[in-house]
Design a protein around this ligand. Sequence first.
Ligand code: A2P
Length: 264
Amino acid sequence: MAFDGDSLPRTVTQQRVVAVRHWTKSLFSFRLNRPRSFRFRAGEFVMLGLMDGDRPLLRAYSVASPTWHSELEFYSIKVPDGPLTSRLQAIEPNDPVLLGRKPTGTLVTDALKPGKRLFLLSTGTGIAPFASVVREPETYEKFEIIVLTHTCRYVADLDYGANLIRLLKDDPLIGDLAVDAVTYYPSVTRESFVRRGRITHLIESGRFFEELEIADFDGRQDRVMICGSMAMIADTRALLEKAGLSEGSNAAPGDYVVEKAFAE
Ligand code: A2P
């Protein structure tokens, strides 16, 4: 069903679904047609949703695609009784989806001071903004080394990120750069896997630095972006503060920035 343009709130536009991919029974990604006027910075989020009767039902979603792409990609959980995702998970190509006009957010390289190493620390669907950041050419102009960590409860929950990393080397713009610059560091907490444990524990125990054969966090050269649950953010933030890093924002760039992974 499409909606009459006149009945749409002014803050949203209506876009068409281009493709949908279901990764697990509780995770899926989809791509929308990108309006010409839609501009964003890698790492930003936007309101997205469906009409609920005559009212829009919107939630914040990080854009997972890079800024140069002609489509907009998103990565979502499916909450069985979630007001939006219980319906959104059923979208198919050509269906209409509401898209906000004003992307925003703090997981942008503009909110970080210049540095050498960029650490992208994510849990669950918190990897979505980093799927944009690691495919963005500007990231490679600003940083020499990029480490993407992704921690999930179960191995299958890593699939979206693992696939992203697998395809990175074939990326037309940053493929060659990414092969040298990007290190992917997945871990799982609730079943067996080559690496088990929360990222906070892996960092605290030193295993993270040992396995990657890299030096400990150093505020002079390291910049960090964090995206996960409120608890994950709080614990990771505490670790970084202990290491002497300070939080940045769009108005005052710093050593690290945080954003909650959006969920219902
Ligand atoms: P755990 O299984 O030990 O709770 P969730 O789906 O609940 O957001 O969790 C996603 C991943 O984030 C899980 O692997 C979970 O580990 C981990 N996690 C949850 N809370 C924290 C925290 N406070 N710090 C670091 N990782 C966390």
